[in-house]
Design a protein around this ligand. Sequence first.
Ligand SMILES: Nc1ncnc2c1ncn2[C@@H]1O[C@H](COP(=O)(O)OP(=O)(O)OP(=O)(O)O)[C@@H](O)[C@H]1O
Ligand SMILES: [Mg+2]
Length: 287
Amino acid sequence: MVASSACSATIGQPAPPASIRAAMGDETQRRSLLSARDLVKVFVDARGRAREALVGVDLDVREGEFLSIIGPSGCGKSTLLRILGGLSRPTSGSLECAVDAVGRIAFVFQDHALFPWLRVVDNAAFGLRMAGVGARERRRRAMVWLERFGLAAFADAWPDELSGGMRQRLSLARALTTDPRVLLMDEPLGALDPQTRLIVQQDLARLFEETGVTMVLVTHSLEEALLLGDRVAAMTARPGRIAEVLQVPLARPRREDTLDTTAFAALRHALWQRLEREVHSAMELQR
Ligand SMILES: Nc1ncnc2c1ncn2[C@@H]1O[C@H](COP(=O)(O)OP(=O)(O)OP(=O)(O)O)[C@@H](O)[C@H]1O
Ligand SMILES: [Mg+2]
């Protein structure tokens, strides 16, 4: 699904704040495609009470990086992703979008939102149809991605003939057929069983390494955030802000055996130390 981006286009990018620069090290050399500054999002519930979902969020999505976003349930991860993708406007703050990312942001949602009345190939080609691409070219481009995800043999099947893992791969294929500049994913693998999830994680790692598409992934899994991310942004309990941006200096390609390394265990430990108190705070908020 391709979202039209509501963010303002800019060519020159403002430098990120020093706190973020210090945490990012060499990453500051890359230019920002999306640049959020001091974002605030306030929702008003049915009884008219204001609820702050995000406060003072500063975050850059850098060209060619894989950025993971993790945080306790209800801390505003989906809200932040929707703002980054132009699907929702912040209450205050700014979002700048590099000129070549405008209108080229694709989303993958957790529930994969496939169209049951369209065959697999037509689901994969849906974004192209919306963009006015002709039928023959749509099918050709969709088939490239279906092949890549091992779904070519199912091109003429219906979505409900696919397993959960295959449906999730189809969602990724559908997002990628539109040749996005940035792929935003909101817990895309959350509904998968653990073994299928491992396989699709590795599909995603391979895809990132091969295509260089800038990717942002919201996840609850520490392992997934670290296995896939060049950086992991850890959020505080609601109202969400960025608590820390952790570098993941693990070599690529990253595969399942990366999870068994001592470097990985040390990163997981550091990330959990930062997150644990936020998860406790979020649980307190729910009481
Ligand atoms: N459309 C809305 N109207 C009112 N409140 C909302 C709306 N969307 C989100 N919220 C509130 O904003 C806060 C953040 O929600 P959000 O869905 O962004 O959290 P999240 O981190 O994605 O949670 P989860 O991990 O459970 O997916 C929550 O308190 C939620 O109830
Ligand atoms: Mg969410």
